[in-house]
Design a protein around this ligand. Structure first.
Ligand SMILES: [Zn+2]
Length: 438
């Protein structure tokens, strides 16, 4: 330590030897003596001053560049930051808009499904109400049996199994609908990625497709049954010999469709499956409307017999030998023999138009107006149980069997008039059997 400081002192004393500075002015020589210490102190002061000047110069020269560099750095940072912020915002927007699309999609799907469900339910309910009415009619008609009073062994309606031997058209329709469902556009990315959201969407779409197929099948089943029942009832009506076209004018049906409203929805501005469903739904609603119209007509057609008790068919419709004077004459009705005072009953619902003795050999007679141009007559009764203007239902008692008027024995003379012209009642009673027999 002491050796090193001694060395430093030697070096310093070599550099800063004691010096004398001579200076002459006005012939006088002065000298200033400078010790080593003074020289060192002076060197430090001068060195410090030089350093300060150097630093200041550098600072002045480079300050602007430093500021510019700093500003550039902060600008870069700012740009990077705002770019990241923007990216994040965009990613968030993408996610939230995707979410919104999915939500909207889901909501629309739910609305579609529930609208379709509501329609189906309405149609099935309407169809079921009509079926109940038809079942009641069939059960009522079954009470009277065939023209001779034979009751059916089984009371099943024909329309339940209208064509059991045929391959069910529903199966062919099923494959068509399945094919349509398979060809429906599906998201290929969703099935590839297998992501959780993609998987959930796929599941939802699959469930919706399955439900759609089920709903289409139900719709097809309702339409098929409604059409089959309507066709069957039309056959029943046709077999009565009454002019069916006069009973079921197209105007009547279209009025009914308009009145019922139905689920008519303009499918023109829809696309894909919804439009397919609504087209089919409108068609099915029209089929149910037509069945309803048919039911409304057939309910008031006299398809039963004026006697529900055991009876004997004694005289047919048409030209026959008159039982009293033996001459050929036209018989505008049919005759049934049964025990005295057997109840004579209305062959369909209607309003009593006439109750009393109208003359012309009919004796005590009741006339019932069933609407749609149908009137029934029950003649030769011993007693009348209704009054004009009274409403009657199928098989309501209108009087008792007798022998009044131009009659050779206790029987009921029964007539059906359509728009004033007589028709063969036997054909109506036979037709009635096809409503309840299989
Ligand atoms: Zn007669």
């Amino acid at each position: 330590m002491s050796r090193r400081s001694g060395k430093l002192r030697r070096v310093l004393s070599r550099f800063f030897k004691e010096r004398q500075i001579y200076h002459r002015s006005d012939g006088v020589v002065h000298f200033i003596s400078m010790s080593s210490k003074t020289q060192i102190a002076l060197s430090i002061v001068i060195g410090a001053a030089l350093l300060w000047v150097a630093y200041s110069s550098v600072n002045v020269v480079f300050k602007e560049q430093i500021i510019v560099a700093k500003e550039r750095d902060s600008r870069i940072m700012e740009t990077t930051y705002s770019k990241r912020l923007h990216d994040a915002q965009r990613a968030y927007d993408d996610v939230s808009s995707l979410n919104q699309i999915i939500q909207q999609n889901f909501d629309e799907t739910m609305v579609d499904i529930s609208t379709r469900h509501q329609m189906l339910r309405n149609m099935v309910e309407r169809k079921s109400t009509i079926d109940q009415g038809l079942d009641a009619l069939a059960a009522g008609l079954a009470e009277a049996g065939d023209p001779n009073g034979q009751k059916p062994t089984n009371g099943n309606r024909v329309m339940v199994d209208i064509a059991p031997g045929e391959p069910t058209p529903r199966q062919s329709r099923l494959s068509v609908i399945r094919k349509a469902a398979e060809s429906m556009p599906q998201d290929p990315a969703g099935s590839e990625s297998g992501g959780t959201s993609g998987g959930a969407i796929d599941l939802m779409e699959k469930a919706e497709t399955d439900l759609f197929v089920e709903q289409m099948l139900l719709l097809a089943a309702v339409e098929e049954k409604a059409n089959a029942e309507r066709n069957h009832l039309k056959l029943v009506l046709t077999s009565t010999g009454a002019p069916v076209d006069a009973l079921l004018t197209p105007a009547k049906i279209s009025n009914l469709v308009l009145a019922q409203g139905g689920p008519f929805i303009d499918a023109a501005n829809m696309s894909g499956t919804s439009s397919e469903f609504f087209h089919h739904a409108n068609r099915t609603a029209a089929a149910v409307d037509e069945l309803e119209a048919m039911h409304a007509v057939i309910k008031y057609v006299p398809l039963s017999s004026p006697l529900t008790v055991s009876r004997r068919f004694t005289s047919g419709y048409g030209v026959r030998r008159d039982p009293i004077n033996g001459r050929h004459s036209s018989h505008h009705g049919i005759d049934f023999a049964a025990p005295w005072a057997s109840p004579v009953t209305a062959t369909a619902a209607g309003v009593v138009k006439l109750a009393g003795n109208r003359g012309g050999g009919f004796g005590r007679m009741v006339e019932i107006d069933h609407g749609n141009g149908f009137i029934t007559r029950y003649a030769h009764m011993s007693r009348i149980s209704v009054k004009a203007g009274q409403k009657v239902n199928l098989h309501d008692k209108v009087g008792e069997l007798g022998n009044s008027g131009r009659s050779t024995g206790p029987h009921v003379h029964y007539e059906i008039l359509f728009r004033g012209k007589p028709l063969n009642p036997r054909r109506f009673i036979e037709a009635g059997r096809y409503v309840f027999e299989s």
